[in-house]
Structures are given as C-alpha cells and as structure tokens.
Design a protein around this ligand. Structure first.
Ligand code: 3PG
Ligand code: MG
Length: 379
C-alpha cells in the first residue's frame, strides 16, 4: 500500500488550530464510559501536536443518532474523560447530530474546517466510512494520518503483505455473511483458519451436520461449502456447548439435536484451536467464540484469548467484540496489537484500503501536497 502522509509531513503546527478526527465512539452505559481504549489511543497524536504548540480540536461521532441532536448521544462524558487525560483539548459535539456528516455534504465539511489550519485523521475505526469528517477536510486543508491511524494501517495492512509464517487466523462472531469477504481475502494468505462463534453453524450445514436451534444463515451454505473446498486448512469446531429445554447446558460432539442452541465451542474444539496457535508466527483473531457475556458460554473465548496472549508469534486482535473480550479477561496487555477498529479492520483486510486513507493520500499527491495552504486538490 502506498505511504500515508504522517504528522511530520505537515507544515509547522505551532500556533495553529488542528482539527483531529478521532473515533471516540466508545461504549457508554448510563452516562459512564465502559471502555476508554479509543480515547487513550488518540493521546500520542494529541500530545505530539500540543508539544509542537498547536491547539487541538477533536471531532468524533458517537453511536448512530441519525442526523439530529439526541441527548443520549452527547459527547459530554467523552469530553470529561478527555479533559482529564489531555487538558486543554477542545471536543466538538457529536458529528452525527448533523445529517451533513453521513451524507458527506460539502457545506458541512466547510463548516467543520472553519477556523482550522490543519487536519489530522486519527479515527481508524471510522475510516471505512466515506463521511464528511473523514474524506472532506483533506480536500481543503494540509492533512496527515495521526499516530494511531498510521500504526493500525502498518499492522493490519502488514498482515496482508508479509506475515511471519505460519499465519493463523481465528474468526468468530455470529454471522458468516458479514465476514465472507474477509475470509476470502485471508484464505490464500493464512496457513490455518479456525472458525468459531455462531457463524460456525452455517459451516456445519455445509458439512451436512445438524445444528439444532442454532443461529444459521441458510443462504450462505453454498459459499461455506466453497470455502471448505478451497484447499486452505479450515478448522471447524468438533464439539459445541449448547443450551436446551429448561436452560440446561450440555456439550455435544458432532450434531446438535433439535431444541438445543449452540452458544460456545466445546473443550475439544478449543484444544484444537490452541494447538494451531502454538507455533504460529502471526495470529489474527477477530470475533468471539461464543456468547462470552454469559459465564456459561465464555470458556471458548477465554481459552482462545489466553492462547493468543501466550503465542510466541506476532498477535493482532481485530477490534469490536474480540477487543472487548481480551480486555474483559485481562489479556489485552499481552497481545501485540489490539485494534481500535471493528468494521474498519475487517474492511482494510478485505479491500486492502479505506476511503479515509485514500483521501489522505490524494491530498498528499495533489498539485500542492501537504505543505500547501488552504487549496483544494484541484487548486
Ligand atoms: C465503530 O464503532 O465501528 C466505528 O466507530 C464506526 O461506527 P459506525 O459503524 O456507526 O459507522
Ligand atoms: Mg506474542
């Protein structure tokens, strides 16, 4: 992938106002932040700019308020946390309170950059969205990737380019439909792919196994069959922890009877996934193995998290639920890279690029380049 413009490529930020697009879309319950990884991850960029004498103005979306103000999605709790971590930073109100953000309206972009001299995108988790705050400012201001964005792209992009072998991918989550693209793009890169989470049941159907009342996507069975015939080693769970009548919980080998719903991979399957990880040079894990929010169905996810943490290889956990799982079980500091992006990490793996990255590179390539003043890329 072509190089992104970095902070050092910007004109001197001293005395300038710098608009920093961050992904502060953090989980919030009853007004308090459950996990501030995404806020802490933006600090290196913010601090670098402040040390250079810039005034930092952060902007982010939070949730999906659908283009109008909604108290439920105010940035207030984030602003409070940010102020305690990085005093003196300004934070705009939720970008998605204006419909111009998701619609990528030019007028909204112009209002956004008003009074700002430079733009930094550090919102890896939102860079798969061609929204105003992601793709607009680079057409108007000298622009660069922040530290977090640059690191995410280096690590996740690097998985596609030159992973140390053997490369083992462990994929989970509920739906195979949303991960098919990623599975396909990884298949010829990895040596082993292990599939857990509810999406394994569509693979069960493809293998002619019975799934009981488990979640399946019948329209995707043929696609799963093709994947199983691809020649890459794909591990599908052999045993499953399921819940049946009267909430009884039992482990089944092979088929699941009617009335039983699979909610975690079984101990034998965990063991085979762990063995696949033991000599891995590179590990990518995305998506939990089961419904780990319920302790009866957390063992598969905990075992995999532990094995990823113990792996001698370079280990990457791709965003969303699996990042929450490694944090919940205390393995986050033992993983080489926990991505702040869920959908963005998957899309980067699938497409090899993101709209937010393209916008930054285009701005840098433009006739004026990042050192220019306020000129459009055509100006
Ligand atoms: C995320 O949490 O995945 C990002 O912040 C993007 O949010 P979105 O899926 O609502 O665009
Ligand atoms: Mg390691």
């Amino acid at each position: 992938m072509e190089k992104l413009p970095h902070l050092e490529d910007l004109p001197d930020p001293s005395g300038k106002r710098v608009l920093v697009r961050t992904d502060f879309n953090v989980p919030i319950t009853d007004g308090s932040i459950d996990d501030d990884l995404r806020i802490k991850s933006a600090l290196p960029t913010i601090e670098w700019l402040q040390e250079k004498g810039a005034t930092v103005v952060c902007a982010s979306h939070l949730g999906r308020p659908e283009g109008k103000p909604d108290d439920k999605y105010t940035m207030d709790p984030v602003r409070e946390r940010l102020e305690s971590l990085a005093p003196g930073v300004e934070l705009m109100e939720n970008l998605r309170f204006d419909e111009g953000e998701e619609a990528n309206e030019q007028a909204f972009v112009e209002r956004l950059v008003e009074g700002c001299d430079l733009y930094v995108n550090d919102a890896f988790g939102a860079s798969h969205r061609a929204h105003a705050s992601i793709v607009g400012p680079p057409t108007l201001l000298p622009s660069a990737a922040g530290r977090l964005l640059a690191r995410e792209v280096e690590v996740i992009g690097g998985l596609l380019e030159s992973p140390t072998k053997p490369f083992v991918a462990i994929l989970g989550g509920s739906k195979v439909s949303g991960k098919l693209g990623v599975i396909k793009s990884l298949l010829d890169k990895v040596d082993v792919m292990a599939i857990g989470g509810a999406m394994c049941f569509t693979f069960f159907l493809a293998q002619g196994r019975k799934v009981g009342d488990s979640l399946v996507e019948p329209d995707w069975v043929d696609a799963c069959k093709e994947l199983l015939e691809s020649g890459t080693k794909i591990l599908i769970p052999s045993d499953i922890v399921a819940m049946g009548p009267d909430d009884e919980v039992k482990v089944f080998d092979g088929d699941l009877p009617d009335g039983w719903k699979g909610l975690d991979i079984g101990p034998e399957s965990s063991q085979s996934f762990i063995e696949a990880l033991a000599d891995a040079g590179t590990v990518l894990w995305n998506g939990p193995m089961g419904m780990f929010e319920d302790s009866r169905f957390e063992k598969g996810t905990v075992s995999v998290a532990e094995a990823v943490a113990d792996s001698p290889g370079f280990t990457v956990v791709g965003g969303g639920d699996s990042a929450a799982a490694v944090a919940k079980f205390g393995f986050d500091t033992k993983v080489d890279h926990v991505s702040t992006g869920g959908g963005a990490a998957l899309e980067l793996l699938e497409q090899g690029d993101l709209p937010g990255l393209e916008a930054l590179r285009k701005a840098a390539e433009g006739p004026s380049g990042p050192k220019s003043g306020k000129q459009s890329k055509n100006g």
